[in-house]
Design a protein around this ligand. Sequence first.
Ligand code: 5AD
Ligand code: SF4
Length: 442
Amino acid sequence: MADPKKLFIKTYGCQMNVYDSERMAEAMGGSGYIATDTPEDADMILLNTCHIREKAAEKVYSELGRFRGLKDANPDLKIGVAGCVAQAEGDEIMRRQPLVDLVVGPQSYHRLPAMEARTRAGEKVLDTDFPEEDKFEKLQSRPKASRGPTAFLTVQEGCDKFCAFCVVPYTRGAEVSRPGDRVMSEARDLVSRGVREITLLGQNVNAYHGQGTDGGDWGLARLIRELAEIDGLDRIRYTTSHPNDMEDDLIAAHGDCAKLMPYLHLPVQSGSDRILKRMNRSHTADSYLRLIERIRTVRPDILLSGDFIVGFPEETDEDFEATMRLVEEVRYGQCYSFKYSTRPGTPAAERPQLPEEVKSERLQRLQALLSQQQAEIQDSMVGREVNVLFEKKGRLPGQLIGKSDYLHAVYTQAPESLLGQIARVRITASSSNSLAGALVGV
Ligand code: 5AD
Ligand code: SF4
């Protein structure tokens, strides 16, 4: 038998890309590839790219440039670009970077093995279609090997919201939900291989509406309740959500579904109604705050996370102060915040832009407040007992690292036999991005 060929995949951006990279690696397994962690010994390099902000997209070209030496040393090396930059700029990538053999958009990953075969015949191949067939159906199912205790599972893709700053509706297309039976069988398979926690993924995951196993329509809450019936699956999470899709039954599930973890990523982007309108967000600061209140009524300890954009076109000091006030009011446990980045082809790109210094200054102030809130919430965990799912060994001898229900990273002295298990841990200390704890009853 020929030696297996080696595939190096580098993943940028969101968790959906992480999931997609795993699926692509599995699909290429069928073509005799095994994964490698180093580009130097690879027969194929695949960059799974992100187009959400300008910096993310530019990284692709600088990274590709770095592979020139490898291609000189090994002319058989094939280089591919996948993900959202591939979707948005496929032709340009081929023109700008002759090293690239293959460009594949996110909806065509099931065609990757056939595309790779064509590159071996010396062709350059580009596929950024939105094909009729379902790529998840066509992608080879996961190999039966056991795996770590946490997994992502994409249940929904695409976005119909068209926020004025965002490329996702263009790169990932319209909202599509996978049928319930496909999601259920993938989840059961994951659990049979040791997974205890599943994070359901979608660009707009709470807009999930898939065909149920009973033929009816399942919203995300129903899907979560069905998944919660799977023995051995202990934790369910989902990300990322839009405030307008937080339906009543999903809020209720946060109160009464024990396996649904008390953590919610619910981006608001801005606290100014004027800017929210210009962003085409179709909610107000007040409607968001009322929504948070309803969620906290059913689950008072829920940890909230969000996304913010500062320096959106026309954002005044007053608008920015409204964002700061909203943050003060919500008290987030964790957040992502960004300077507005102009994305060609989106409505906001056509508007007058704010100076870079203004964006930087606002981002600094917002991040200082968000870090302070994160630290306060972490510090408030000290002395409390939490459940931790241990995922891997720590750097210190005898140490394991896991996540609490609230998604805090927790370092604990614990026997290796607890890897993949959930244990009670008393939190003893809080540091910048993690907590330390001790096993309860030991
Ligand atoms: N500029 C800055 N941030 C953006 N995001 C999306 N588009 C842009 C942009 N053009 C942020 C939003 C979104 C997160 C995934 O990325 O906050 O929620
Ligand atoms: Fe982008 Fe808005 Fe859709 Fe989120 S909801 S993916 S920010 S367009």
